[in-house]
Design a protein around this ligand. Structure first.
Ligand code: NAP
Length: 372
């Protein structure tokens, strides 16, 4: 069989793991029922740094657009992250009929309708398993294995940084600023932690889950990331307003605070979507999901509730998800949305509102939804 030629753009934490699998000639990259995968190029901003990480000079270029246009790749792996130039490069690859695997939740959530239309228009493949839940096989099961079910709700702990921080606050009685400094020192939080602590990273992941569960792309800025408050005004975004006193008061009632992302299909056809600190029973599966782990629960008919838990971040975990997407492409399995109907057109005019439900007031004045 003709090999499938792969180009990687962005060889950082995740991309390096993908390149390493090729250099170590992983047998997983030659599926028994598909085309063998071969690495033909790697684009990285500073090629010297990539060489220092063991990537052979003859594979390297500092020009990702040239790699895409070279005619030497059938598949592009985008692991550079951020909005531009990643968005334009992925769009160019899909427009040229190349298959794309991306770990970039931002571009999938913010440019999903355009990228889906491009992929469908050129009959190319777009896969993004690593974009949600890191190494947890999550999007494939939702799109393929639950295709015979009607999904009613998807909710989960989708961000390891904030889960690490909330776990540390509860365990040690420490305040937000203190555990944020520790998370940054340990490499769990970035120097600019905004996307994690304000819930924006989880919002992007929730948008992708809603696409696969409900067949529509919802705009990320329509997802509520602020809890309510006793004053009636929105509380601080994400976990930025959670205090040590809030965590202690809820713990005294047998509850744990977790940043839960929830999307639900309402009876009137609206999509409910929120990413807010939530008071869950301490002994529940979410309450026991500690540290940097992710956990997602899907409620569907007729199957009932299915759950996924595991490493939501890290180069090895996310790299594994990228590799599994590559193997799926080599086996001819198509895009992550599998047999689901096109979502670009049906997304216009969809009503998105916060998830409704019971809340509990905390000492800071925030009102946290009550989870089960
Ligand atoms: N890390 C994780 O645990 C994880 C998990 C799941 C998904 N993801 C997603 O995977 C993507 C990559 O994350 P990462 O953690 O691997 O990031 P990273 O370590 O910063 O790697 C990105 C690499 O791409 C390079 N790059 C950026 N712009 C470039 C350009 N224009 N041309 C060539 N190279 C360029 C960067 O170089 P410079 O450093 O010089 O800018 C860096 O080496 C992101 O979308 C992220 O959200 C990450």
């Amino acid at each position: 069989m003709q090999p499938l030629r792969v180009g990687v753009i962005g060889a950082g934490t995740v991309g390096r793991e993908v390149v390493r699998a090729f250099l170590e000639r992983s047998p997983r990259l030659a599926p028994a029922d598909g085309r063998p995968l071969v690495l033909t190029g790697v684009a990285e901003k500073f090629t010297e740094r990539a060489i220092a990480h063991g990537i052979p000079a003859e594979l390297l270029t500092d020009a990702p657009a040239h790699l895409i246009a070279s005619g030497e790749c059938d598949v592009i792996v985008e692991t550079m992250g951020g909005d531009e130039p990643a968005h334009t490069l992925v769009a160019a690859a899909l427009g040229a009929g190349l298959a794309v695997v991306t770990a970039n939740k931002h571009i999938v959530a913010h440019h999903g309708p355009e990228l889906e239309a491009l992929a469908r228009g050129t009959d190319s493949t777009l896969r993004f398993e690593a974009a949600v839940g890191g190494g947890i096989p999550l999007l494939g099961p939702i799109a393929q294995d639950l295709a015979g079910d009607r999904i009613a709700r998807v909710r989960g702990i989708l961000n390891g940084t904030t889960n690490y921080m909330l776990t540390a606050m509860a365990r040690d009685g420490r305040d937000y600023a203190d555990v944020l400094r520790e998370a940054q020192a340990k490499g769990y939080a970035e120097a600019d932690p905004t996307a994690d602590v304000e819930g924006l990273d989880a919002v992007n992941k929730l948008v992708i889950l809603a696409r696969l569960a409900f067949g529509v792309w919802i705009p990320p800025d329509a997802v509520s990331n602020c809890p309510g408050s006793t004053s009636g005004r929105p509380g601080a975004p994400g976990i930025t307003g959670v205090t040590a006193a809030d965590v202690a008061a809820l713990a005294a009632e047998g509850r744990a605070v977790r940043l839960i992302a929830t999307t639900r299909l309402a009876e009137d056809g609206a999509i409910e979507a929120s990413v807010v600190p939530t008071a869950v029973p301490a002994g529940s599966a979410f309450g026991r999901c500690d540290g940097v782990l992710n956990r997602v629960e899907v409620d569907a008919e007729p199957v009932g509730r299915v759950a996924f838990e595991g490493p939501g971040a890290g180069g090895a975990a996310a790299g594994a998800a990228v590799l599994s997407d590559l193997v799926s492409i080599a086996r001819g399995l198509g895009s992550t949305w599998a047999g689901a109907v096109r979502a670009e057109a049906s997304s216009a005019g969809v009503v998105v509102r916060p998830v409704a439900g019971e809340c509990v007031a905390a000492p800071s004045g925030a009102c946290y939804p009550v989870g089960d």
